[in-house]
Design a protein around this ligand. Structure first.
Ligand SMILES: [Zn+2]
Length: 398
């Protein structure tokens, strides 16, 4: 699977797409409400097929007639997405491989979203058509987009997504056979640790720092947020200041994503097997309470897994309960009292002096390689131990 992204021109008729996204948002919320009510009444989950049938009926009522503006496949997609969200929460998801997942991989059930914040809808085969040049028809209207590259055949889904600035993008997911055998294998593997200051430290001692422009943009963002905080809420100046915050934030997100792709290519070019600690979002927050960087990390892991799967490389997740930072890589002594502020520490047992992140990366590497069969070479992310969360392509959310 490969994703092609294009930006739509800013046109007056884009309002139709915005309207469709808004309606998709209200349908989403409607479904969530139904799920909750159903669960309250019966104590059971609502069946996706039954819900879909129910919505088809609702669409005939005058009150919900405007729902027809959104393609029925888009509605089906919403229903399926919520259904999957609940299954991940209750721990009864059947994977496409036939295996069933009997663990909770979501800490909360799907919840209501502000319609203004709702950002996309997805169509499969119906409701859209690519026309000549750079035009596409979606639900009866023709839109133009900047066609930066050719779109291959075999499109599986089209997602229309808007960003907080009101820009619209199209994502084509294409079922392209990926020839992994063309990718050179290096025979190398490495462990990696995310740091507080350094983005990543590898077990070979190399580090990857966040780019300078990113750190600068974060400073700029902070000032813009402070400026916003000084304004009277909902005043003209406040709206302007908020627009500036949104713009900087969006730029940060875009640049970061772009950089994540570069780092992912850089790492997968060098290593066949890459070991990371399986840091659940929740555990990270409890440790550091740094939500932004946690989100960035999970975004990075998603992109890295995607790139790895294309190149036939493997990203392994090492059990998160393994104390990688606190264990001396040389003698195995566990230094329980290690504080977050200690960037360097001396092993009380063997006297080795450790850089915190490098020592952790070495441990993650050896812990991972010990447990992974040498023959393993799959283009997917593998949990190293049973009971670990398995990152898949699906986690690359549009
Ligand atoms: Zn030691």
């Amino acid at each position: 699977m490969k994703t092609y992204k294009f930006k739509l021109y800013r046109q007056k008729k884009n309002k139709h797409l915005h309207q469709q996204i808004d309606i998709a948002g209200s349908i989403y919320n409607h479904c969530i409400a139904l799920h909750r009510r159903y669960y309250k009444l019966t104590g059971r989950g609502l069946n996706a097929y039954a819900l879909m049938k129910h919505i088809t009926k609702l669409k005939q009522l005058p009150k919900y007639r405007h729902w027809n503006l959104v393609g029925s496949q888009a509605i089906q997609d919403i229903v399926q997405r919520i259904d999957k969200g609940y299954k991940l929460f209750f721990g009864n998801l059947r994977l496409s491989s036939g295996r069933s997942l009997k663990r909770k991989v979501r800490t909360s059930p799907p919840s209501f979203k502000k319609v203004k914040r709702y950002s996309s809808f997805t169509l499969k085969q119906a409701g859209w058509k690519l026309l000549d040049k750079n035009r596409i028809r979606i639900q009866g209207n023709i839109y133009k987009f900047s066609k930066s590259r050719d779109i291959p055949d075999g499109i599986k889904t089209v997602t229309i997504k808007r960003d907080p600035l009101g820009n619209l993008f199209m994502y084509f997911v294409v079922d392209e056979p990926i020839n992994q055998n063309n990718q050179p294998m290096t025979g190398n593997s490495a462990g990696f640790d995310f740091g507080l200051k350094t983005f990543l430290t590898a077990s070979n001692g190399k580090t990857i720092e966040s780019p300078l422009y990113y750190r600068e943009a974060m400073v700029e963002l902070k000032f813009a947020q402070q400026n916003l905080a000084r304004k009277v809420k909902f005043s003209g100046g406040w709206k302007k200041a908020r627009q500036i915050v949104t713009r900087i934030y969006q730029r940060v997100v875009n640049k970061r994503r772009d950089w994540f792709f570069k780092v992912s290519h850089f790492l997968t070019d060098q290593f066949d097997n890459l070991f990371f600690e399986d840091l659940s979002m929740k555990g990270m927050q409890a440790l550091w309470g740094r939500k932004v960087s946690d989100l960035a990390r999970s975004e990075f892991m998603g992109i890295l897994s995607y790139i790895a799967s294309i190149k036939g490389k493997v990203v392994h997740l090492v059990n998160r309960f393994y104390p990688s930072s606190k264990t001396c890589h040389d003698c195995g002594h566990v230094y329980k009292e290690l504080k977050l502020s200690e960037r360097e520490w001396t092993c009380q047992s063997c006297g080795s002096i450790h850089d915190r992140d490098h020592n952790a990366a070495l441990n993650i590497h050896s812990e991972g390689t010990q447990r992974v069969p040498a023959s393993l070479r799959l283009g997917d992310v593998r949990p190293v131990l049973s009971g670990n969360r398995c990152l898949t392509l699906e986690s690359l959310e549009l």
